[in-house]
Write a protein that binds this ligand. Structure first.
Ligand code: SF4
Length: 157
């Protein structure tokens, strides 16, 4: 039986696509490939930004760097490219990096570059949600696994 495709933030797989150019591993991701077919995305790179890059945060409908450069266009382009991949691969869910101005879902940095969190979604997470794609953060891995297992059982009935 074919595995369900899900989008995953490439940085959660340890790829060095983060703003600081570093790679980081996340516990719990390892077993995920047994449950689904992962489609890695990095919306910020796909929107045309370089790595490493100046960190940015959402400020209302805009995304700006700490120096005040408006990078909203690149973030929106990355979100659209990610949605396109989700549609091409038939993804119904995404596992995205929490707190990011692209990938964060539910809580993101507040635009003051002071490490303060506020309610809200990253640009990509928001677009995916608007298109009916469920978004999970890395701390919701267990919930995602339950969801994938449930759908696997439904498909095998
Ligand atoms: Fe790329 Fe999203 Fe990870 Fe940022 S959080 S490095 S945009 S995959």
């Amino acid at each position: 039986m074919e595995k369900e495709p899900i989008l995953i933030s490439a940085c959660l797989l340890g790829l060095s696509c983060r703003y600081d150019g570093c790679g980081k591993t996340y516990a719990g991701i390892d077993g995920l490939q047994e449950l689904c077919a992962m489609v890695p995305v990095c919306p910020e790179q796909m929107g045309g930004l370089s790595t490493p890059r100046t960190p940015a945060e959402r400020r209302g409908n805009l995304v700006v760097t700490a120096a005040g450069t408006d990078v909203t266009e690149q973030y929106e382009r990355g979100a659209e490219q990610t949605l396109k991949l989700a549609e091409q691969f038939g993804c119904r869910a995404a596992l995205l990096k929490e707190k990011s101005p692209s990938c964060g879902c539910g809580r993101i940095y507040d635009g003051t570059f002071s490490g303060t969190l506020t309610g809200g979604d990253g640009v990509t997470a928001r677009l995916l949600l608007e298109h009916g794609i469920e978004v999970f953060g890395e701390n919701q891995l267990d919930r995602l696994k339950e969801r994938l297992n449930g759908r696997k059982e439904e498909r095998s009935e």
